[in-house]
Write a protein that binds this ligand. Structure first.
Ligand code: FER
Length: 249
């Protein structure tokens, strides 16, 4: 299924809670689930969290963001502004579904940062947020000239950054990220927050999740001992934490 945001087709997938009978007209809460930088909706950790939420009574709406997965747009051209626009469009779509009661946001890494930003922008309609290993240091990294493990002059942003795998990222990504003050968004969200972070994360230092959790007014932090960015070792601990925190909410 596709949604359109700013003429770009976004691939979305709706999964209903286990045992949901569409003929009954029953209503349920829904969680929007957003992947990370270079990721997509079918990644193991994304489907695991989404499936867990379906087991405990939540519908989920997974989305491939601009320039990722099966959505339109070039990876090279994606920016946090485009993703913020995507997120708001997906939230508006979810609100328009007549079976939806409460609305939640969950995202991994850059998608975790996105739920921190979009949650703040739509704080009045988002009941709680779950940033997983949130890449909340991207804007500060962009201002310092430190992204993708590379350094550059932040006042003369290069036309593109080249990743180790050869994929290129346009300089506008950096210019956009430089304008975002994550703290302002954290301070605008008073609802419940669950942050989960592997303490051996090689891509987003665990301290980033710890600091974000400290700054939120109402956050719970769950550290996954020995785990990395995509929870290759203890994904079950991640889904257990989500199940426990979201059950009966
Ligand atoms: C970076 C570190 C992490 C970065 C992006 C990420 C653009 C995002 C990771 C993810 O979403 O999984 O320096 O720069």
């Amino acid at each position: 299924m596709y949604l359109t945001d700013d003429k770009i087709k976004l691939n979305i997938k709706l999964d209903m809670p286990a045992g949901y009978d569409s003929a009954s007209g029953a209503k349920c809460p829904l969680v929007i689930v957003i992947h990370g930088f270079t990721g997509h909706m079918e990644e193991r950790h994304i489907t695991a969290v989404s499936g867990t939420l379906n087991e405990i009574g939540y519908a989920t709406l997974r989305v491939d963001m601009y320039g990722h997965g099966s959505s339109e747009g070039e990876f090279h051209d994606h920016t946090l502004f485009k993703w913020m626009s995507n997120a708001m469009t997906v939230i508006d779509y979810a609100r328009s579904l007549d079976f939806v009661t409460d609305l939640y946001l969950c995202g991994h890494s850059q998608g975790g940062l996105m739920v921190m930003l979009a949650g703040a922008m739509k704080a009045d309609v988002i009941k709680a947020i779950i940033p997983l290993s949130p890449a909340a240091m991207i804007p500060e990294g962009a201002r310092k000239g430190e992204l993708l493990g590379q350094t550059f002059d932040p006042e003369h942003v290069p036309d593109e950054l080249i990743r180790e795998d050869g994929r290129t990222l346009g300089g506008n990504y950096v210019r956009v990220a430089q304008t975002i003050r994550v703290e302002d968004f954290i301070d605008r969200y008073d609802g419940p927050v669950l942050i989960i972070h592997g303490d051996q994360d090689e891509a987003v230092p665990v301290e980033v999740g710890i600091e974000a959790a400290k700054r939120y007014k109402n956050a719970k932090l769950v550290l996954i001992p020995g785990d990395n960015h995509c929870y290759d070792y203890h994904l079950d601990m991640v889904t257990d934490a989500v199940r426990e925190w979201m059950s009966g909410r």
